[in-house]
Design a protein around this ligand. Sequence first.
Ligand code: CU
Length: 124
Amino acid sequence: MKSLMVVLLVAVILTNNLTNLSAFAGDIKQSNTTNVDIKLFTYKPKALEVQVGTTVVWTNGDAIEHSVTNGTPDKPGDAFDSGFFTKGQSYSFTFDETGEYPYFCKRHNSMMGTVKVVVNRTSQ
Ligand SMILES: [Cu+2]
């Protein structure tokens, strides 16, 4: 009888954990993440439009260091700057304010991209 109680208790704990896990998975699904690949000295996609609160993840596929630096080579901004990161590494930034964010690579000034951040209309 005692061992049956233990089995039941374990079953209850497992069920609770599974419920928590699926709730957690739901949270992950709701937070927006968008990926940008860096390949052959190009940000792909080069121009991106995302909703406020989106996290953009840049992953370097080149065997050379690149950066994701806000602004333009002539006029760097101060919203974000990844510093240099190399092949297989990623940099992520969450855009909490609307606007147009141009960015470039500090080592290769011909590399440029933009992230346009717009309000989330569906949630209002
Ligand atoms: Cu570069």
